[in-house]
Write a protein that binds this ligand. Structure first.
Ligand code: NAP
Length: 283
């Protein structure tokens, strides 16, 4: 495993498992399998409604001596309807069954996101979150957040893959040392991305799968990558990318895909809808 050092000195594994769209049962199986295959980083969110399953898997692996808590990097995200709920962080930790998370995000630039981030800052000061993140922020809302809060985000989660490496926003955040944790690293499973000719050519050369080449590209870009999977073979293969290196010329060839497409587009109206979308476990 390779690590990325965040601006506060916390070391984040360069690769983790994502759990978006996994039921609590599937998330529990996938995370437990991932830890057995050597993953030390797991990404979840209030909004995935699977934190209980994710926490069960982590605690089971710790209890069985497969891994120690201090060697696991857990990230989760507060959902916008909880930004003003001062019990939200504690309830998140209760669902996970953990005393702290390694990275805590606000999930969307929606509703009272400044209040949400201030909750994160308090959690950081109280030792309940070891680092802080924002997710899906851009333009004016990013500037408002930066203007009205104290702690610069250690990580930003954004859609990122070879079609969309998010250069502009990362250049804006470079003065703070904010790192990118890219979501949809495999294009959310879009075969069009993974089967691009360049990845097939490099997969032949390195005797890896196309998906492994894409994930290796993320790591060499300096991104933290969190491919989602509930397929044990994919989970095993996705972490097996630390025994080869793409050359500068190969990275430059992949860079030609930059600008091809983005899969997800949220406008301001959609972002505000998130602030009304209550989660089933809210009282
Ligand atoms: N902050 C946000 O708003 C946000 C939004 C979306 C996602 N995320 C986070 O980012 C993570 C990654 O995004 P994602 O899971 O949506 O998309 P992804 O990782 O780009 O793609 C997941 C898809 O790729 C397939 N896959 C995984 N490994 C593969 C392999 N080796 N070969 C072929 N197919 C493979 C999976 O199917 P199988 O199950 O069959 O392997 C699944 O359908 C999420 O799980 C979540 O933690 C955050």
């Amino acid at each position: 495993m390779e690590f990325i050092t965040l601006s506060n000195g916390v070391k984040a594994p360069a690769l983790g498992i994502g759990t978006f769209m996994l039921s609590p049962e599937d998330a529990e199986k996938a995370v437990y399998a991932a830890i057995k295959y050597g993953y030390t980083s797991i990404d979840t969110a209030n909004g995935y409604i699977n934190e209980i399953g994710v926490g069960n898997a982590i605690r089971r692996a710790i209890n069985e001596g497969i891994v120690k808590r201090e060697d696991i990097f857990v990230s989760t995200k507060l959902w916008p309807t909880l930004y003003e709920d001062e019990t939200a962080v504690d309830k998140t930790l209760d669902r996970l069954g953990l005393d702290y998370v390694d990275l805590l995000f606000i999930h969307q630039p929606s509703g009272n996101f400044v209040a949400g981030y201030k909750q994160l800052e308090k959690a950081y000061q109280d030792g309940k979150a070891k680092s802080l993140g924002i997710s899906n922020f851009h333009d004016e809302k990013l500037e408002k957040l930066l203007a009205e809060t104290e702690i610069r985000p250690h990580v930003i989660q954004l859609e990122a893959h070879p079609y969309c490496p998010e250069k502009e926003i990362m250049s804006r955040l470079s003065e703070y040392g904010t790192k990118l944790m890219g979501w949809y690293p495999l294009g959310h499973g879009d075969p069009g991305l993974v089967k691009e000719e360049i990845f097939t050519k490099l997969a032949d050369k390195y005797r890896k799968s196309n998906a492994q080449i894409v994930l290796r590209w993320h790591v060499q870009m300096g991104f933290i990558t969190i491919p989602g999977s509930k397929n044990p073979d994919h989970i095993r293969d996705n972490v097996n990318i630390f025994d080869f290196e793409l050359t500068e010329d190969e990275m430059a060839e992949i860079a030609k895909l930059d600008g091809t497409k983005k899969y997800y587009h949220a406008d301001a109206a959609q972002e505000e809808k998130y602030a009304e979308m209550h989660l089933p476990f809210e009282g």
